[in-house]
Design a protein around this ligand. Structure first.
Ligand code: ADP
Ligand code: MG
Length: 228
């Protein structure tokens, strides 16, 4: 279970205080495909980074499977990030001098994963990247790069997958490939949280959080694919 209790994030900039996330409480159980939606600037990326252990909340508490993320030591939180979180960044963050296979395998580089090469091939196949594994990021289309970013986030089989606009600006086919992956990860009992303004994702969400200027309204629903 992921639990947020009265989480607030304030940014200070040029003597001004920006209330990016405002007293937000939310719970997301294993198996959820949760979608955070709201206008640009409503606090989605800030929220994802806090959940991923990358950004300290100003106030409030975030717990993941009973671990209070920001009560952990820095080393323990880094370990949590490496072992438990797969993050799909909005701007992909692919490494330009590494091949696609190497980029996908990055999350495995520091640990002993005997079936690592198999996992990379399997994910590449599911995301239609098989014939691009020896290419470099700048030789790929934006849609392909986005799929690489998704494969990289999933290859370590993390318990928590966070995706910031994972289908932003993608055509229907690309978006569907990514959505299929996120759904099957959630179906396997992990927690998936995607921030998006893409209604196609919203339709498949088991949990929704609508943000307006950092304030949230949560809802639970059956995804349309499960409604008869
Ligand atoms: N590092 C930062 N410093 C100051 N303000 C920030 C910073 N990051 C984001 N913000 C502000 O916080 C608010 C929420 O931003 P963000 O979380 O990126 O929203 P979204 O992802 O929904 O577009 C916006 O008003 C944004 O300008
Ligand atoms: Mg954002």
């Amino acid at each position: 279970m992921l639990t947020l209790q009265e989480v607030t994030k304030l940014y200070q900039k040029d003597g001004q205080t920006i209330r990016a996330v405002d007293q937000l409480s939310w719970q997301v159980p294993p198996g959820a495909l949760a979608v955070v939606h709201g206008k640009s600037g409503s606090g989605k990326s800030t929220l994802l980074m806090m959940i991923g252990g990358m950004l300290n909340p100003t106030r409030g508490r975030i717990t993941f499977h009973d671990r209070d993320l920001y009560a952990l030591s820095r080393a323990a939180r880094n370990r949590f990030r490496k072992e438990s979180v797969g993050f799909v960044f909005q701007r992909f963050h692919l490494l330009p001098y590494f091949t696609i296979a190497q980029n996908i395998g990055l999350a495995l580089a520091m640990k002993h994963v005997p079936d690592g090469p198999d996992r990379i091939r399997r994910l590449a196949a599911q995301l239609d990247l098989t014939d691009r594994l020896n290419h470099y990021p700048d030789e790929l289309s934006v849609g392909q790069q986005q799929r690489v970013a998704v494969a990289r986030a999933l290859v370590g089989e993390p318990d928590l997958v966070l995706a910031d606009e994972p289908t932003g600006n993608l055509d229907r086919e690309n978006a569907a490939l990514i959505l299929d992956q996120l759904r099957s990860v959630a179906a396997a009992g992990k927690i998936v949280i995607a921030a998006t303004h893409d209604d196609r994702l919203l339709a498949h969400a088991t949990h929704r959080l609508h943000l307006t200027e950092g304030r949230g309204v949560a809802a639970t629903q059956l995804p349309s694919s499960m409604q008869s």
